[in-house]
Write a protein that binds this ligand. Structure first.
Ligand SMILES: CC(C)(COP(=O)(O)OP(=O)(O)OC[C@H]1O[C@@H](n2cnc3c(N)ncnc32)[C@H](O)[C@@H]1OP(=O)(O)O)[C@@H](O)C(=O)NCCC(=O)NCCS
Length: 162
């Protein structure tokens, strides 16, 4: 069910991202709900690098990864709300975990909202722990997030060793 994204998937990924933002409205985070998805150019960069994977044809979920300080960093994982809570998010994250292991990376990292139920508490259920002693790459990611206003709500970095 999980495969590498193709160029024709990319507009669908933007649709998934918009739909997956909607639940943030319910928790008073309208700015996040309305945040523009990554552009086709940005998605193309991940797709060409072989670091974008999708679930389904057409896709109903996707994950993007970077390499940051020896870990695979989950830049984005989104599942269309019409298909959520069926294990697709977990499978996508585990897929990146297996990819990271094959590349000799130490595990997975991500940054996320601390108090949103389907963010940090969800990743904790998947085995991630909050890290406070950030590597330089994670520090840079957090600084960028603060600069673009994401720190209006508490955010954390998390790690799952492979
Ligand atoms: C986070 C996300 C990728 C999870 O995908 P998923 O396929 O639903 O995840 P799984 O089926 O593996 O796990 C389901 C678990 O996620 C959590 N979860 C998912 N949606 C939730 C919601 N609306 N409210 C509360 N918890 C939720 C719960 O822990 C749930 O377990 P449960 O069904 O036993 O209660 C998906 O909810 C999503 O796309 N969210 C919006 C985008 C987002 O927040 N991305 C992460 C940004 S850092």
């Amino acid at each position: 069910m999980i495969r590498e994204a193709s160029p024709t998937d990319l507009p669908v990924l933007r649709d998934i991202e918009r739909a997956a933002g909607a639940p943030f409205l319910a928790v008073g985070m309208a700015a996040i709900a309305e945040d523009e998805p990554l552009s086709i150019d940005e998605l193309t960069r991940y797709q060409r690098a072989g670091r974008a994977w999708v679930w389904g044809t057409p896709p109903v979920g996707y994950v993007l990864a970077d390499e940051v300080d020896g870990y695979a960093h989950v830049e984005q994982v989104s599942v269309h709300p019409g298909h959520s809570r069926h294990g697709i998010g977990r499978a996508l994250i585990d897929h990146v975990g297996a990819w990271a292991a094959r590349r000799g990376l130490a595990g997975l990292t991500l940054t996320t909202f601390a108090d949103v139920p389907w963010n940090a508490p969800y990743y904790a259920r998947l085995g991630f722990v909050v890290v406070t002693d950030l590597t330089p790459g994670l520090r840079a990611i957090r600084a960028h997030e603060a600069a673009i206003g994401l720190d209006a709500w508490p955010r954390v970095a998390m790690r799952r060793d492979g």
